[in-house]
Ligand binder design. Sequence first.
Ligand SMILES: [Cu+2]
Length: 614
Amino acid sequence: MKTNLTRAASLLAFSALFGSSALQAQQFVNEIPIPPAMTGPNYLISIESGSHNFDPNGFITTFNLNVPLATYCYNEQGSSAMSYLGPTLVINEGDSAHFEIENNLPNLDSTTVHWHGLNIPAEMDGGPHQVIENGDTWQPKFRMIDLPQTAWYHTHLMGRTTDQVILGLAGMLLVKDPTAPIESQLPNDYGFNDFPIIIQEKGFLLDTFTNTATAIKAGEHPGNGPQTLVNGVVGGYLRVPPEMVRLRILNGSPRKQFNIGLSTQLNDPTNFAQMHMIATGGGYLPNPIIVDSTMISVGDRREFMIDFSLYANGDTVYLSNLDVPLGANYGTTDGEALMAFIVWDSIFPPNPIVTVPASINPSYALAPGPIFQSREKHLNGQGGMTPGGGGGQGPWLIDSTGMDMMVINDTVLVNTKESWKIVNNTNKSHPFHIHKVQFQVTEYHGKYGAGNDSMDFTFANLPPEMVGFKDVQMVREHATMTFVARFDSFPSLFQPNMGYMYHCHILTHEDMDMMHQFVVIDSLDFYTAMISMPETEKLIAYPNPATNSVAFTGDYQDQGMLRIYDLTGRFIREYEINGNLTDYTINVQEVPRGMFVLEYTSGQKRYVQKISLQ
Ligand SMILES: [Cu+2]
């Protein structure tokens, strides 16, 4: 374990030297902390409770937030560097990472650690199946095969992700390739010209008599405020050198979307500073894209280069949250300034950068290979359709069903490319997130971003917020998004506990109940895997081989779903059975010829049979 103490220590010295006397805007009084960087190959992490002051210099005037509150955090074992959030984990592409993660949370609380954005084996993914019981140590190990990118890590405990993230269980994770030629042209001096910017909304419970914050508000409604934090403080400022600076912006909020822009004008963000967008959460864009403002949905990351040489020493540039439309608005305050950058000529990055490279990732292209399977997912449910909207009375769903830890919703063949169409049938926006893969949007129809215009996009003309490799994309109310992704590497067993999640990243929606899971399997295993599932019996279909139709004999539970897969696990079609299966004759004339697997699920039972169609 090596912690990058040098830069953290020098930043502390820097803070002590300058104090907070030279502030331009008095409401930005809290210096934004930079989480220490932690490098491998061994990462020893303790998940523990903390006590954190979100407003150490007193900025909130409507109530007193200048008090320590109970939090959760990740720390290097034996260290107490963090009282909220976690260190920035740095993993080089191609390196192996070994983790020892101790759960030292209070109140016998269990948790998980999910590596958001990474392609790693399912049993290392840290989703709801990989629970770390209180007092236990989890030891995932994986080799980093992903491209350089800004990922993050956070708790993914079934039904409790919202509350645990709100308490502080999140941190940034950087995948790097120090040998890549492009890196010498980009700001890479962590804490000097390369900054993690973790934006989160948070509400607080107040003491009625003293109007002082007593706890972090959990659950659906953000409570008083909500206040917006950057790296765990409200009213934050960050000193930056008068040259190119890289901002790695993560929206680590439970619910809130941000439409961010930079301006020298506080509360009137019209005089935008140019933001050179260089990367999404999935890695570098082919070329920098200049934007005035851009939406960053919950769970998303975006990297920008900002030219602070355009400002004088001591100038302030504000990061503001601009208009967010109603359908994407979860507690958003339009026009609020989130933090201030103060240009400061006494910061000397070891490797200063003064220009934006014209090209970053010229080999970027649509994922290769034919589309092996297409899927369609409908986002629906009643969560926000109660009078007044967003009341959370009832679940949000995918294809009218919620998350079941024991159900495999989708089976994907390893090393294939798929196309997924996400249809939002609700009146709220949902940032759709999928584990394991980085997808590319190929079509989008409907409202997008922060606007109210309905648009039609294809891969060739995507707006900036949809360009590049992504693992989360907001699908606005009644809009439709189609993406392609390659499901490469790490096949596993056909078992529910080997599932990767896909879900809405609004954490209250994920917790209730807009989440499903898929397994990635090797084709050779499919039939064997099917018949080895628990509670599986033999289905008796006849004739076999069959030509036009198939009938059944045996003793089945009433009602269920009959599905046909090919031998690679590719779903072919399904038939709803509303009575006893033996009363049905299935027409298979439209099914291609060859060997197939028939699966009948009814109640808790599963019946499987291989069948030949000739
Ligand atoms: Cu949602």
